[in-house]
Design a protein around this ligand. Sequence first.
Ligand code: DQA
Length: 147
Amino acid sequence: MKILLINGPNLNLLGSRETDIYGNTSLEQIESNLCSIAEKEDCNLTCFQSNAEHELINAVHSAGKNNFNSIIINPAAYTHTSIALRDALSGVGIPFYEVHISDIYKREEFRKFSYLSDIAEKVFCGLGIEGYELALMEAIGSSAKEK
Ligand code: DQA
């Protein structure tokens, strides 16, 4: 089973960025924790982060070409702006799980709309970094059922 974890812009700064909102854990720590969970579940987890919209889109396309079972994505600010990322995700047709560390519905107005949520399998929002773990377990569970 192959799962791709995608993190969008500024999430490379986790651990030092707005720690009151996003906490003190770095992206590296999050990824390594998820990789060890995945390994125990016999799942191959690939992690990718970029600050560039086109690179996120290319990563989604390559997941399509390489037959990934599912995608876990925190699109960060592109959540609220990117029709292109939405089109990429619906274009490859791989089930995906949307993660937000903070509760986007309890913040500024402009964060309340997501271009992805209505086509996501599930949205994990406002659960802190635990949202990534829950998304991973959900993705593993549903990919296993498909087999
Ligand atoms: C975020 C929420 C977004 O609004 C913001 O732009 C981010 C992170 C989150 O994980 O809470 O960069 O996706």
